[in-house]
Structure formats: structure tokens, C-alpha cells
Design a protein around this ligand. Structure first.
Ligand code: COA
Length: 220
């Protein structure tokens, strides 16, 4: 665990993901740090008992040391992360006290593992992964960078998920095999409640059971 003290930890975002992630900062780092929300244009000075700092003020603060980005939009998350890293800030791994991570996993920097989540064994997980409440990643999965799992995602064994993919609430991903993993392509979107039984090509949105590409009528 990194050293704590009189240091600022910036959690980027103030929305519906950032507020429930904020309570994970102190358990992840230690009681002495000051966690603050960071926003481009703060509308309030305090939120849920924490200071809200304007982004430029946070980046210029001598006490600013650690950060994470609690923003589901993965492109924006990536841009903020790269800006902070370029400034020399350290990404803070955030993990709820009751999140479970078993053996042989590799989880890259900047992950957020919310309450009641689980990563079982031998998964390889990329940078700035969001694992929202009640979601799991089973054995031998490979998850790319800036991937988002909404609440209640069931990602079974040997599934490969590409960079920037979004998996909606309650979706179920069928297990693959070591020789033939189930593949969700980069930038794909899996709709809430989908049951994914076949590979999803990059950039495609799928919904339903069994999941099929969402085709919108022309004119939408
Ligand atoms: C799949 C999704 C991305 C599509 O969003 P969209 O492109 O804005 O699509 P629309 O809302 O215009 O819906 C288009 C059609 O697909 C249907 N549809 C949308 N989402 C669906 C889903 N998850 N399952 C089945 N059908 C769905 C709509 O009913 C609509 O059908 P219609 O044209 O017959 O009325 C979105 O609905 C979704 O599931 N997002 C994930 C939400 C989530 O998990 N949130 C968690 C936040 S933490």
C-alpha cells in the first residue's frame, strides 16, 4: 500500500459512478489522505462531505499525488488518465473491502473494483478497468484497456474483451475455451440484459437473448 499522509487523491468525475466509488479511496490508500472530487467545471464546492476541486487547481496543487477516473465514457477516461500520468500523478488502484480477487490475476494500473465484485483466477486485465457492483470476471479472461463493466455483469471463463468495450448491466457472456475464447471486439457495446453466445465484432452493439446486432431503422 502506498504511503499516506497530507496528500490529495483526486477522483475525476462527480456523476453516478464517481459518487459510489469515492468511499473506496480511504480504504484503498489509508485514512490520512484527503480524497477530493475533480471536475472540469464544478457546480458545488462540496459533495457528500468531500471537496470538489476544479481540474486545473487539482493538477497545480503541490499535495496532489494520486488519481483515478470514475467516468464511464472510456474515451474521456483515457484522455484524463493520460493527462494525469503526463503530470507525474500516480494512478491509485481502488478496490472495495469486500471485492474478491483470487490467485494468478494480473490487473493493470487504475482499476476500480466496486463492492460485491469478484475476479477469480488467471485473468489478465488492462488499464483503467471499471468493474461495477455485483459483476464478476471468471478464470482465464483477457480484458483490454479502458473497458467498462456496468453493474451485474457475468463474464464467464475464457472471454476476451477488447479495448474500450462497454458491457451493459446484467449482461451474461458465455464462457469460451482456451483454444477458442469468446471474443468481444474493441469498442463493442453489449446492451443491458444481453446473453452473448457468439463473438461480437469490434464496434458493434448487440442486444437480446441470444444477443444480436442492434440495427436501427434508417432515419434514427
Ligand atoms: C444497447 C444500448 C446501448 C442501445 O442504446 P441506443 O443506441 O440509445 O438505443 P435506443 O434506446 O434508441 O433503442 C433502440 C432499440 O433497441 C431496443 N433496445 C435498447 N436497448 C436494449 C436492450 N438492452 N435489450 C433489448 N432491446 C434494447 C429499444 O427498445 C429500441 O427498440 P425499438 O426501436 O423497437 O423501440 C442501450 O439501450 C443499453 O442497453 N445501454 C446499457 C445501459 C446500462 O447498462 N447502463 C448501466 C449504467 S451504470
Amino acid at each position: 500500500m502506498p504511503e499516506a499522509g497530507n496528500i490529495l487523491v483526486g477522483l475525476f468525475g462527480t456523476g453516478g459512478f464517481a459518487r459510489p466509488v469515492m468511499p473506496l479511496v480511504r480504504p484503498s490508500l489509508g485514512a490520512d489522505c484527503e480524497p477530493v472530487f475533480v471536475d472540469r467545471a464544478p457546480e458545488v464546492a462540496r459533495l457528500n462531505g468531500y471537496r470538489v476541486m476544479e481540474e486545473a487547481a487539482f493538477l497545480a496543487a503541490p499535495a496532489a499525488r494520486y488519481f483515478n477516473v470514475a467516468i464511464a465514457a472510456s474515451g474521456l477516461r483515457a484522455r484524463i488518465a493520460e493527462r494525469c500520468l503526463a503530470q507525474g500523478l500516480l494512478p491509485l488502484h481502488l478496490q472495495a473491502p469486500n471485492a474478491i480477487v483470487y490467485d494468478g490475476n494480473s490487473i493493470a494500473e487504475g482499476a476500480v473494483l466496486c463492492a460485491n465484485t469478484m475476479v477469480t483466477c488467471n485473468a489478465v486485465i488492462g488499464r483503467f478497468f471499471h468493474l461495477n457492483i455485483f459483476s464478476y470476471v471468471e478464470h482465464d479472461c483477457v480484458i483490454g484497456d479502458f473497458v467498462t463493466f456496468a453493474p451485474g455483469v457475468r463474464c464467464n471463463g475464457n472471454v476476451h474483451v477488447g479495448d474500450h468495450a462497454f458491457i451493459g448491466a446484467g449482461a451474461i457472456l458465455r464462457d469460451g475455451t482456451r483454444e477458442r475464447p469468446l471474443r468481444i471486439g474493441a469498442n463493442a457495446v453489449v446492451g443491458m440484459g444481453a446473453v452473448v453466445t457468439r463473438d461480437v465484432p469490434p464496434g458493434v452493439t448487440v442486444v437480446g437473448n441470444p444477443a444480436r446486432a442492434l440495427v436501427k431503422p434508417t432515419g434514427h
